[in-house]
Design a protein around this ligand. Structure first.
Ligand SMILES: Cc1ncc(COP(=O)(O)O)c(C=O)c1O
Length: 509
């Protein structure tokens, strides 16, 4: 198994570390895992474990290639992956160095969370937890009050809070032991039935109540799917650009992330197959690409499903906001087209109801129900049953459909208002096209050389949230753009906020 030149000569292939024990890289040439992936994984794991500390210089690619008896390209590719994901940095001719570990390269900020964890040197925390904290620290800051133009947040002031409170209070008053106890491990049956009926009718998903796994939002859904489906040496496709929170999570088992380009038809499946033909998981936002807003074409959907069927890949369909469809008929889910039972559908009530509800669901193929359920119960019980029961009633009595329909009308108006305001206030500075689905659009900046991330940082300080598109990219090179959410912004507040934004863009440009 271990058959490098050095090992044959009685020497260990090592990554040298000043003043400490050498790090052994063991290659297994019998597996189908490519050598560059093995080199990458070994170094990545050593960084995550703390065996290679920040600032450590890695050997020159030629030296390591020699040590390991592999081609230099193998090492160069491994280093490129590590570089792309932010594990190492390159200082030109001085070489490659271990970076301060962060899992997600698109989130360059190390926030207080990450620093605090490190400063306290958290004896008890594993290196992996520290790396995770770093990645989480790079996620967008969320301020308690909605500010223009936060993406992904619905119009919370228009949620029928009194109605919800009344239903909830009635449930709580009348609840029996069953609702106040641990409940069944599958979760509240009426809610699972209501969700199965809803996704079948509204999203074209094929689902029985038994296939519904209740979770605390998409985030926990991806976490659960990651734990069930991905092992350390697996590969996961993610859209590039794409949803960073999912990308970070998928990488936490040690699986490597293959960023796959996206065009106007959605994820470029042929390119994905070329780059990572044996990926175990593919995360896609087919109905409404996040963040660019495209809808995956039928041809791409069929190609993705066909490949997934042949390769044994699990497709995670993140259907986070397609209830808000403004033009044409709703776009049926990918899951409904799947004849190979490879799609895990992820739905959330964060947009249709409110994010703090923390309620989402997975629709998993019948054969996967038991393993998903068992893993879910390990990480959390199925409660909160009172919320589940209230939501079931909210859906069954038609309040949910009514609320979504009403919000669709409100968001249509808000999007129109935002487009008008952009034309008025950002004339000559940025352009935006209407989106057919969802709660945000992208304003593309005319000045191709401008630093959109800097605009975004300054805007944040000025009370405006406008995430740069670059925040969601891994390798994709896109023009500078800013995400502008419209759902939670009153039209009257749009003009003044855009005027401030225009000033910032002009100052930075
Ligand atoms: C792509 C994507 N998926 C899912 C979600 C919803 O996440 P959750 O259900 O965990 O609130 C969001 C929220 O912004 C999102 O942008």
């Amino acid at each position: 198994m271990v058959n490098t030149k050095r090992q044959r000569a009685g020497k260990l292939p090592t990554v040298r570390r000043a003043g400490s024990a050498p790090l052994l890289i063991v290659l297994d040439r019998r597996t189908h895992v490519p050598l560059q992936r093995q080199v990458y994984s070994a170094i990545r794991q050593a960084i995550l474990d703390g065996r290679l500390s920040p600032g450590t210089r890695l050997p020159a690619s030629r030296t390591l290639a020699d040590d390991l008896d592999v081609s230099r390209t193998t090492v160069v590719l491994a280093y490129e992956s590590l570089l792309g994901e932010g594990y190492i940095t390159s200082r030109g001719s001085a070489g490659s160095f271990v970076a301060s570990v962060r899992v997600d390269p698109s989130k360059p900020r190390v926030t207080r969370t990450a620093r605090t964890v490190r400063d306290a040197s958290v004896e008890a925390a594993t290196q992996r937890a520290v790396a995770l904290a770093s990645a989480a620290g790079g996620m967008p800051n969320v301020r308690p009050a909605a500010v223009p133009f936060r993406t992904g947040e619905p119009a919370l002031d228009l949620f029928p809070a009194r109605l919800w409170a009344r239903l909830y209070a009635r449930r709580a008053r009348r609840s029996t032991g069953a609702l106040l106890g641990y409940g069944s491990e599958a979760g509240h049956r009426p809610l699972r039935s209501a969700i199965a009926a809803y996704v079948s009718a509204a999203r074209g998903v094929r689902a029985t109540p038994d296939q519904v796994i209740l979770v605390r939002g998409t985030q926990q859904g991806v976490h659960l799917a990651t734990r069930v489906l991905l092992a350390a040496d697996d590969v996961a496709w993610v859209e590039d650009p794409g949803y960073g929170a999912a990308r970070t999570l998928l990488g936490t088992t040690g699986a490597s992330i293959a960023p796959i380009p996206v065009d106007a038809e959605g994820i470029v499946v042929a390119e994905g197959i070329r780059r990572a033909p044996h990926a175990r998981v593919a995360h896609v936002s087919a109905s409404h690409h996040f963040p660019l807003g495209h809808t995956m074409s039928l041809a791409r959907r069929l190609a993705l499903l066909e490949w997934a069927g042949k390769a044994g890949t699990w497709v995670l369909e993140d259907d986070y906001d397609s209830e808000f469809r403004y033009v044409g008929a709703p776009i049926p889910s990918l899951q409904g087209l799947d004849t190979h039972e490879r799609v895990i559908y992820l739905g959330t009530f964060s947009k249709t109801m409110f994010p703090a509800l923390r309620l989402g669901y997975l629709i998993v193929p019948g054969a996967m129900v038991d393993v998903f359920r068992a893993t879910q119960v390990l990480g959390d019980r199925i409660a909160p049953s009172l919320e589940h029961a209230t939501l079931a009633e909210f859906i069954e009595d038609g309040h949910f459909t009514r609320h979504v329909r009403r919000m669709r009308g409100v968001y249509t108006e808000r999007q129109d208002a935002l487009l008008r305001a952009i034309r008025r206030e950002l004339d000559g500075v940025a352009d935006a096209s209407p989106t057919g689905t969802g709660m945000h659009l992208v304003a593309w900046l005319r000045d191709r050389a401008i630093d959109a991330a800097r605009v975004s940082r300054l805007a944040y300080e000025a009370g405006i949230e406008a995430a740069p598109v670059s925040m969601y990219t891994v390798k994709a090179a896109l023009p500078p753009g800013l995400l502008l959410g419209f759902a939670a912004v009153r039209p009257a507040d749009m003009g003044p906020a855009l005027r401030r934004l225009r000033q910032i863009i002009t100052d930075v440009g």
